[in-house]
Write a protein that binds this ligand. Structure first.
Ligand SMILES: Nc1nc2c(ncn2[C@@H]2O[C@H](COP(=O)(O)OP(=O)(O)OP(=O)(O)O)[C@@H](O)[C@H]2O)c(=O)[nH]1
Ligand SMILES: [Mg+2]
Length: 576
């Protein structure tokens, strides 16, 4: 399945040819038929003898309707370039060819029409004329087929040539990011809003939730058609009619687009390449009122040339464009630039950066992902995918990081780990990026929320406060002079037990448990606080927090004023 647009000067026989090839008259409007002139885009389709399917977008040749032509050729795979043998190369032959070149169309063939009404010499002259003008363009090596639609002459040759063209023309890629630039919106009887366009980038299915841009109005796909056939799903590279729920047909216009939420960066500011047509008789600078033809729409744009103040005819350079509305664009999108005042095509180019971060004075955009990353330092992979249009695998945490920025953060994190010493660095105190880098460091181990070097000796097991607590288990000294952070860490690691503002060595609990086990073996009905205090040789002040620990661990249990055996009370020494 391919989409092919016509191109060529007014009256050269584009619509007649499409009609002859497809049986469908692409001129849809009464006024078009009455005047014998295409005003707006027309659509037709045919299945070639080999089974290959082909959709035509038929464009108007008249200069007055050039913006309709521009709306139609944005997403096509190839062109059928029409030149009448009666007239030869004309101004819109030239302008259409330039436009197709600027939009990056790379495949096509030439139909030399109306050959039945000229003699052989004329026909050969017209052929030479065409060859002259397409030299150096993508049509240089294209087949030129002589036809005459009313007599049917050459139509079979043209069909065969179209088939060869399609074999050589790649079909639209499916990258899982559908985008439909709307070229028509109307109300269909009984089903509401229908929009049409050439689908690219991915598939769309019935019941899909999409958003309408500009704005972000959610809409749902109620039904899909391609070539008037209802389909549950349509792939890229096809003409589609989408029946939408959630929007009135008058609220959708040519140039709008349908995309999936979250897949696109919507931008009003972009950097791009710009090739200025050699035929232009003035330079291109920020002065001037421009319109950019992007997708199927005509967009007023302000322009600034990057790196110099103006581009001369025939020159290629870089520009920053400011649009009035945010559009779902991606690097690689092509556009044509026209100047509104003079109604002339200025040039065109390729979108390079949909979210420029550098000021225009320093920006030097290109298509390199590494540049996008370098200008930001850190970019979330999902964001980078939107900015480049290419799926990106996160490298550190959810980010992709410029090598210099990564090295700098690595140094900061390593230093923080070293400065924290053997106690370790509190991971929670780090920012998310630092935490992601920490996880990539080889010579750091993370345990219970603390990062430290594995070879660091743990000073806490030898901590003097531990020794002091062990020395007087039941009259433990307060942690005077002990660093608060160290104390917290001693408690966290279970080297010190805290209870109600009093601290104990774990061995105090073990010793107390043994003592109480012995006493309770003799007095199973329970011990008073005074009995326990005397047995342990302590005072009430220390005993109550100690009992809280013993109760908490299930060694003892409270019954009234007494303490009885808890489920974890050790066996009493048999010797007692
Ligand atoms: N004899 C002859 N007449 C042709 C041929 N092709 C088109 N015509 C006539 O030329 C006139 C213009 O044809 P169209 O097909 O409308 O031309 P077009 O290129 O679509 O014109 P626009 O869409 O307005 O740019 C019509 O009267 C056609 O009948 C041809 O191959 N031979
Ligand atoms: Mg026409």
């Amino acid at each position: 399945m391919h989409v092919v647009s016509t191109a060529g000067h007014v009256d050269h026989g584009k619509s007649t040819l499409v009609h002859a090839l497809t049986g469908i008259d692409p001129d849809r409007f009464g006024e078009e038929k009455a005047r014998g002139l295409t005003i707006d885009l027309g659509f037709a389709w045919v299945t070639l003898a080999t089974g290959r399917q082909l959709a035509f977008v038929d464009v108007p040749g008249h200069i007055r309707f050039i913006k309709n032509m521009l709306a139609g050729v944005g997403a096509v795979d190839a062109c059928l370039f029409v030149v009448a043998a009666t007239e030869g190369w004309k101004p819109q032959s030239e302008e259409h060819l330039r436009i197709l070149e600027l939009l990056g169309v790379r495949h096509g063939l030439v139909a030399l029409t109306k050959v039945a009404v000229v003699d052989d010499d004329h026909r050969e002259l017209a052929r030479l004329d065409v060859a002259d003008h397409v030299a150096g363009t993508f049509l240089e090596d294209a087949e030129v087929v002589a036809v005459d639609a009313p007599t049917g002459q050459g139509l079979d040759d043209l069909r065969a040539a179209l088939d060869r063209l399609l074999v050589a023309t790649p079909t639209a890629a499916d990258v899982g990011r559908p985008r439909l630039w709307v070229d028509r919106s109307f109300a269909a009887k009984g089903s509401g809003t229908v929009v049409t366009g050439t689908l690219t980038g991915g598939r769309v299915a019935v019941d899909d939730e999409l958003v309408l841009v500009p704005g972000s109005r959610p809409v749902r796909v109620r039904a899909l058609q391609s070539h008037q056939e209802a389909l549950p799903e349509v792939g890229p590279g096809r003409r589609v009619a989408v029946n939408l729920v959630g929007v009135a047909h008058v609220d959708v216009v040519r140039g709008n687009s349908l995309v999936r939420a979250g897949q696109w960066h919507l931008t009003r500011r972009l950097d791009a390449s710009l090739s200025v047509l050699a035929s232009l008789d003035h330079e291109v600078s920020r002065r001037g009122a421009y319109v950019a033809y992007l997708g199927s729409g005509e967009r007023p744009a302000r322009l600034r040339v990057l790196g110099s103040s103006a581009l001369l005819p025939g020159e290629a350079g870089l520009v920053r464009l400011h649009l009035a509305e945010a559009l779902p664009l991606v690097p690689g999108d092509r556009f044509v630039l026209r100047e509104t005042g003079r109604a002339e095509t200025v040039g065109g180019g390729e979108v390079l950066d949909v979210d420029p971060v550098l000021p225009a004075s320093r920006a030097r955009p290109d298509r390199e992902t590494a540049r996008v990353v370098a200008e930001r330092g850190w970019v979330e992979a999902a964001v980078l995918a939107r900015l480049t249009g290419v799926a990106q695998v996160a490298q550190v945490g959810r980010w992709i990081v410029d090598p210099a920025a990564l090295a700098a953060t690595r140094v900061t994190v390593e230093r923080a780990v070293d400065d924290a010493g053997p106690l370790g660095l509190d991971v929670a105190a780090l920012g998310p990026r630092e935490r992601a880098v920490l996880a990539t460091l080889d010579d750091v181990e993370i345990d219970a929320g603390r990062a430290r070097r594995p070879d660091a000796v743990d000073p806490l097991v030898d901590h003097p406060y531990l020794a002091a607590l062990q020395a007087s288990p039941f009259t433990p000294p307060p942690p005077e002079g002990v660093d608060r952070g160290e104390l917290r860490e001693l408690v966290r690691r279970g080297l010190v037990l805290a209870s109600d503002g009093t601290w104990f060595a774990p061995s105090a609990i073990d010793t107390a448990a043994q003592t109480l086990a012995g006493l309770l073996a003799e007095q199973p009905d329970g011990l008073t606080v005074a009995q326990i205090r005397d047995a342990l040789g302590t005072s009430r002040k220390f005993l109550l927090p100690l009992l809280a620990l013993l109760d908490g661990q299930g060694i003892t249990r409270r019954r009234g004023d007494l303490r009885v055996a808890g489920p974890r009370l050790p066996e009493a020494y048999s010797g007692r």
